[in-house]
Structure formats: structure tokens, C-alpha cells
Design a protein around this ligand. Structure first.
Ligand code: G
Ligand code: G
Ligand code: G
Ligand code: MN
Ligand code: NA
Length: 250
């Protein structure tokens, strides 16, 4: 309960900060975008990760405020990056119950001056199960204005062909629990290969998350995976480090 009150104050005073993790092309490893990952600079507990406050924000109805605050900040930061770089942001399943989600996101893009073509929204399938028609309407409004939609954490949770059939996504993100084991387990590798092929046959680009080794890069790009993300290319970092990375090259 104490943390809840502190979280509310932190959101309002801008202490929830966007960190950014590079997304790179495979096999070239050119940075093509950055994913926003929330961090809380807590005055006494140090830098807190999303697992320590996103669930609280979801339970207490603060997740929407938190997300819109982060999105606004991230759009302002992204405006100073080269214009080919995409900004990816996570939207919680619960936010899909807000009928104004697409309008709110588009209003923030307009207010900050970031082109919708530079934004990618990452959702998990839990966002789709409660009300598929509402989710379809939200996704379509965003896509019609040029925002891309990525299906995140694919391979965990539902991983339903039904969702792939019923909704049009732009990208599949393969969960890191698969990626870090592909070079150790032949069975995992076959599943990852199947996800990449499934994605490309449906016209979706694929990103593998959690890449930590050169061997994974080689294997994934041989299978046709388009993009990668992971500590091998860069950890989530504050905007100052992004600016430095972009000056230096990854
Ligand atoms: O479609 P557009 O011309 O804006 O694409 C710009 C660059 O972004 C291209 O080089 C393409 O390879 C890359 N790209 C296309 N789709 C995606 C995507 O969904 N995510 C990311 N990160 N890059 C993409
Ligand atoms: O950043 P890692 O660095 O610990 O993030 C863990 C998970 O938390 C990510 O996989 C992502 O799904 C979730 N996450 C991170 N930032 C946000 C955010 O701003 N909003 C939501 N809904 N989830 C986030
Ligand atoms: O949205 P979500 O699953 O997509 O975000 C990525 C999460 O994975 C963040 O918590 C981030 O800190 C973490 N992460 C990113 N790259 C790596 C990696 O190479 N290894 C591991 N173990 N975690 C990673
Ligand atoms: Mn994500
Ligand atoms: Na993920």
C-alpha cells in the first residue's frame, strides 16, 4: 500500500522513466528501432524494473496513466533520433478495455510531433481474449494511421492460430525463453524455426528476443528471422546512452 501511494506520486512527477533497448536487423546488426522498457528511479530502493511496479499499476488502475506518460516522454526522445528508427512500446492487456486507447495514442503522437509511421505497439495475446471485436477496432484504427502492431511474447501464453487468423499483425516477437535455448535444444530450435516460417508465410516480420550469443544470430538469420533484440546488441539503457550509441554506432 505504501508502494502504491509512492507509485502514484512517481507517475505524476515523472519518475517513471523510459529505458530503451536496441532492435537490430539480422544478420547485419544495424539498429532499426528501440523498445521502451519502464524503469522507476526510486529515491531509496534504487532503479526498479517493471516486474516490481507494472503489476501494482495494473491492479490499482494506474497502468494507463503510466503508459501515456511513458509514451509521451519516449515520443519526445525519439524525435531526436534518425527518422528511420522505430519506437516500440508495450501496451498492457488491461488498457484494451479503454475504448479510447487508439485516440489517446494518436493524440500523444500529434502533440509530440512523432509520425505514426515511427511507432510500433507491442501487445500480448491476453489483450485479445476478453473482447476480440474491441481489440480489432483498436488495432485497425492504429494501423490505418500507420502505427505497426507487434504480437509480443509469442510462444508463451495462448500462441493461438485463431488470433493470427482473425487479426492482422505486422510483427511476431519470439519470446526469449525460446531464443536463449535454440543452440542447446533441437526441439526448441524446431519450434523457433516453425514460428519464423509461420510468420513469414503470413507476411509478418519476426523479431527474436533475448539474443545473447553470436551462434544464435547465425542460426536465426539462417532460418530467416528478420530482427533481433538482446544483451548481445545492447541492454535497456537511458536516453543519454542511446544518444551516445547512435553517435558511435552499435
Ligand atoms: O516500411 P519502412 O520503409 O518505413 O521501413 C523502414 C525500415 O524499417 C526498413 O529498413 C525495414 O527493414 C524496417 N522495418 C520494417 N518493418 C519493421 C518492423 O516492424 N519493425 C522494425 N523494427 N523495423 C521494420
Ligand atoms: O525490462 P524488462 O526489462 O525487465 O521488462 C520486463 C517486462 O515488463 C517486459 O517484457 C515488458 O513486457 C514489461 N514492460 C516493460 N515496460 C513496460 C511498460 O511500459 N508497460 C507495460 N505494460 N509493460 C512493460
Ligand atoms: O517486452 P518484454 O518481453 O518484451 O521485454 C524484454 C525483456 O527482456 C526486458 O525485461 C529486458 O530487460 C529483457 N532482456 C532483453 N534482452 C535480454 C537478454 O538478452 N537476456 C535476458 N535474459 N533478458 C533480456
Ligand atoms: Mn515487449
Ligand atoms: Na516479450
Amino acid at each position: 500500500a505504501a508502494l502504491e501511494a509512492e507509485l502514484r506520486e512517481a507517475i505524476e512527477s515523472g519518475k517513471i522513466e523510459p529505458f530503451y533497448q536496441p532492435v537490430v536487423s539480422l544478420p547485419q546488426r544495424d539498429c532499426v528501432g528501440l523498445e521502451v522498457l519502464a524503469r522507476w528511479r526510486h529515491p531509496t530502493r534504487g532503479l526498479l524494473g517493471p516486474d516490481q511496479f507494472i503489476p501494482i499499476a495494473e491492479e490499482t488502475g494506474m497502468i494507463a496513466d503510466l503508459s501515456y506518460h511513458l509514451l509521451r516522454q519516449a515520443c519526445l526522445d525519439a524525435r531526436s533520433w534518425p527518422s528511420h528508427l522505430l519506437l516500440a512500446i508495450n501496451i498492457a492487456p488491461q488498457q484494451f478495455q479503454d475504448r479510447d486507447l487508439a485516440q489517446r495514442i494518436l493524440a500523444i503522437l500529434a502533440e509530440t510531433g512523432l509520425s505514426p509511421h515511427r511507432l510500433e505497439v507491442e501487445i500480448t495475446e491476453s489483450a485479445l481474449v476478453r473482447d476480440l471485436e474491441a481489440a480489432r477496432a483498436t488495432l485497425t484504427s492504429l494501423q490505418n494511421l500507420g502505427v505497426r502492431i507487434a504480437l509480443d511474447d509469442f510462444g508463451t501464453g495462448y500462441s493461438s492460430l485463431y488470433h493470427l487468423r482473425e487479426l492482422k499483425f505486422d510483427k511476431l516477437k519470439i519470446d526469449r525463453s525460446y531464443v536463449d535455448t535454440i543452440t542447446m535444444s533441437a526441439e526448441r530450435a524446431k519450434l523457433v524455426d516453425a514460428i519464423i516460417k509461420l510468420g513469414s508465410s503470413l507476411g509478418l516480420v519476426t523479431t527474436a528476443e533475448g539474443i545473447e550469443t553470436d551462434a544464435s544470430v547465425d542460426w536465426l538469420s539462417d532460418q530467416g528471422c528478420d530482427f533481433g533484440q538482446g544483451y548481445l546488441f545492447g541492454k535497456p539503457m537511458p536516453k543519454e546512452d542511446v544518444a551516445q550509441m547512435l553517435r558511435a554506432g552499435p
